[in-house]
Design a protein around this ligand. Structure first.
Ligand SMILES: C[S@@+](CC[C@H](N)C(=O)[O-])C[C@H]1O[C@@H](n2cnc3c(N)ncnc32)[C@H](O)[C@@H]1O
Length: 315
């Protein structure tokens, strides 16, 4: 199937909800830790005039360049950084900015990345199996597929894809790569297809979960996320809010846990008398349950369907 860009590629997910929760005010200082194509950034920039500042980060240089062009009218109120958001503390310290009024983190992969065939994120493309969000990173998905052991592959596919057939898929990959290296998305997709053919019809494309797992592993998307959320939170003003949009349950679980811990709630499975969770609330949960997109947004933008938004306010 031919991949192409759609007009809605650049429509930010749950923008109205995110902006309302961030309580954006003119003159405020905000962080967009995942600028992507700049949709949320633009909406924030419009609301912080006059005198506000937005610090924007993305590890994808090409996305950032596109966002920079889009946000040109706001260049006086914008500082963009090609970096991993985990370096936010360093960035803010270097700018001598502390604290900030609000932080937005729209996790995961952008539709620009997914739909750009040459980036190698999609099982529907024939591109090199790349999947790096940051193309200056040394290793890509093909390296992972060809150099990991069968056990490591099965573990990645199971943990990050929640794929029940992880072991069979890993075995099929190892069998195939003994003949020749696996270098293209289509090649990997057909190996996975063959594993599933034996199992009959599937509701989603058989390669969906394995590709998600590889993408998460290549970009170390969940690695250190919980600690990063706590650290980012420490840069907020009292009354400032952090808003996180997650796109799958693995991510959302981490966000939920981090926020509950910061809100002084129990995050262990122990009975109350054995619980040792810190109970000092540093924040208050604005969304005890995640917010999901409304029917209008879902009708206009089906790719928003798995979004889960959570927010925490610094006390
Ligand atoms: C869902 S998109 C964001 C879309 C954006 N909010 C918009 O309105 O266009 C996620 C973005 O986060 C970036 N990203 C993911 N992990 C990152 C990380 N650890 N550091 C910096 N950027 C990251 C990706 O490159 C991608 O552009």
């Amino acid at each position: 199937m031919q991949l192409r860009h759609h007009d809605d590629d650049h429509v930010p997910v749950m923008a109205r909800e995110a902006l309302n929760l961030l309580q954006i005010k003119p003159g405020g200082i905000y962080v967009d830790a995942t600028v992507g194509m700049g949709g949320h950034s633009q909406a924030i920039l419009e609301k912080i005039q006059p005198g506000g500042l937005l610090i924007g980060i993305d590890r994808d240089k090409e996305s950032l360049e596109k966002a920079q062009a889009r946000l040109k009218p706001f260049s006086d109120s914008l500082r963009l950084f090609h970096d991993n958001y985990k370096n936010l503390p360093l960035i803010l310290n270097n700018l001598a900015i502390k604290p900030v009024d609000g932080i937005l983190i729209d996790l995961g992969v952008s539709s620009y990345q997914l739909l750009s065939p040459e980036r190698g994120f999609s099982f529907q493309s024939d591109a090199v199996l790349d999947m790096r969000m940051d193309r200056t990173q040394q290793w890509n998905a093909a390296d992972l597929i060809n150099n990991s052991s069968e056990v490591e592959l099965a573990d990645i596919i199971y943990r990050y894809g929640e794929e029940r057939l992880s072991r069979r898929i890993a075995a099929a990959i190892v069998q195939e790569r003994e003949k020749a290296p696996i270098t293209r998305c289509s090649q990997l997709a057909s190996i996975i297809n063959r594993v599933f053919k034996v199992r009959g019809h599937q509701a989603i494309h058989p390669a969906t979960k394995t590709f998600q797992a590889l993408r998460i592993a290549v970009n170390e998307e969940l690695h250190g996320l919980e600690d990063f959320l706590s650290e980012a939170f420490s840069f907020l003003k009292s009354g400032g809010r952090i808003v996180v949009i997650a796109f799958h349950s693995l991510e959302d679980r981490i966000v939920k846990r981090a926020f509950r811990r910061l809100a002084g709630q129990c995050i262990c499975d122990q009975p109350p008398e054995l619980c040792r969770c810190p109970r000092l609330p540093l924040g208050s949960l604005i969304t005890p349950r995640p917010i999901t997109p409304g029917p209008e947004e879902l009708a206009a933008n089906p790719r928003a369907r798995s979004a889960r938004l959570r927010s925490l306010e610094k006390v």
